[in-house]
Each structure stands twice: as structure tokens, then as C-alpha cells.
Write a protein that binds this ligand. Sequence first.
Ligand code: G1P
Length: 300
Amino acid sequence: MSVQTSSGTGAFRTAVVPAAGLGTRFLPTTKAVPKELLPVVDTPGIELVAAEAAEAGAQRLLIVTSPGKDSVAAYFRTDDELVKTLESRGKGELADKVRRAPGLLEVDSVYQYEPKGLGHAVAQAGPALADDEQAVAVLLPDDLVLPTGVLARMAQVREEHGGSVLCAFDVPREQISAYGVFEVSDTGDDDVKQVHGMVEKPAPDEAPSTFAAAGRYLLDRAIFDALDRITPGAGGELQLTDAVALLISEGHPVHVVVHRGGRHDLGNPAGYARAYVDFMLQHPEYGEDLRTWLNERLKD
Ligand code: G1P
């Protein structure tokens, strides 16, 4: 479903994907292959995220990358030679797979030259937006939010309430310190909460709730002004969470859509393995074999 309208306040054209990190948890592979290009079965994680953005109506993917990681944006270029070769060999299905990423949406990139945090990465996207873009989506490529569709719901909530809308997951309190955490109150809708504060990576006993930011943001353009005004926070980094908290303190409306579905964290080998196995088990060709083998393997 596309919620893209030319005038609606929920509309956004650009989806920003921060992908400048070193991928240290996947060294030594990430010496040569950016983390965002690691395959989930056969498709790089960033293509799954790009497809989600396109499905929600984004027309442009703006990848925030770093020098040396140009292969992330290059992955979205067309490869007519390869497509022709595959087609001439009767491999039309493979040719379709190769054509998919470049056909999803327009792809641009900007550099983040220094690793100063997620807030700093998102700030690099500001100058690349057109004057009439009132909102921007941000998708963290480490996070797979399943099934897709939460961005469209977030756009509806922005239409209704204005301001910025984020995606929240209810996580066990003992895991909360890995996340940005929301202080919330109820609205008439069980899956939509109003946000009164946000704190990055709090200790479990200091977390204002168990609702955690899950890597999907629909941010009013005002975020860029707030990002200019924050100082380093958790981990000594410029945090997107702190810019959202600053906006809230100034009266900017912020809501969350609570996503009750699944989620995978592609940002570390353990989460990546789960995502890979999960997608494999649903694969029409490989799923059954893997299930049989896993059942045997787990008996050992
Ligand atoms: C980032 C954000 C955090 C959010 C998380 C979701 O943290 O800073 O607010 O909850 O992504 O995955 P990171 O995982 O980069 O430490």
C-alpha cells in the first residue's frame, strides 16, 4: 500500500538509510564487504530495507555512507551486461532478481566522514533534501521489521497528529539498555502512543517504559535543526534520540506506532543468523531441506 500523496502531511519522498559504520562485529569480513551487503539467503539486507521503503511510497533512497563503502550505493546500479547474459542463457528469473534493486527507487548517497553517531549520520542527509520535503523517513538497515507495512501506518499517524512518528517494540526490560526508550501515554488507539520523552540506552531500572525504538522513523524536517543543537550523549555520540527528545521538550508532537510483529537485528552475527535461518525456512526451494537437517542436527 502506498500512502504517497503530493499534499498529505504524512507523505515523504526520501528514505534515509545510515550505512557508514565499520561493521566491527562482522570483522574480518567487513574489511572487504560492507555489512549492509551481507546476504539474507541471497539478497543483501539493504535491498530488503529499500524494498520496504519503496512499498511505503518512498521515491528516493539516500544512503549515508563513508569513503571506502561506495559498493553499497553501487549495488543499486543497473547491470545491463549481466542481465543480457542471464537472459541469453534462459535464466530469466535470475535476471529479474538482478533487475529488482535498481528498479525499486532512485538511489543517492552522501558521506559521513567521521563516525560521530546516528544523529550525526542522519544530519548529513539534511542538505540533500528538496525545499518542499516536509518529512523524511529513516530506516536503520540493521533492523528488519516484519511483516513490512509499519511505515505506511506511521505516515497515517503523522497525517492525523502531525509532528514525528517512530516505530516502537515492546521489549523485555532486561534488554532495554540496548535501545532508545520512550516515555509514553495512551491514545484512543492501543497501537499508537503519545511520546513525552525519549532516552538513549537507559539502565533497566531507569527506563521510562519497555517501548524501544526499532529503527523506523518518520521525522518532521524540524529534526535537522534539532540535530544541529544537540551535544554528544550516550557513548559520547550525537544521538538521534537526543534530537527527538529536544523536539519533544519544545512542544513538537511525537507519537509511536507499536509494532506487534517480528523483528530481526542484522547488526550482529547472532541476530543475523536468526534472520538468515528464518528466511531460509520460508524459502520454497531450500526451506524443507533445512528444516529436516536442523531437526536432525538439534538431536545431537
Ligand atoms: C540505534 C538507536 C536506538 C535504537 C536502535 C534500534 O542504536 O540509537 O535508539 O533503539 O538503533 O536498533 P544502535 O543499535 O545503533 O546502538
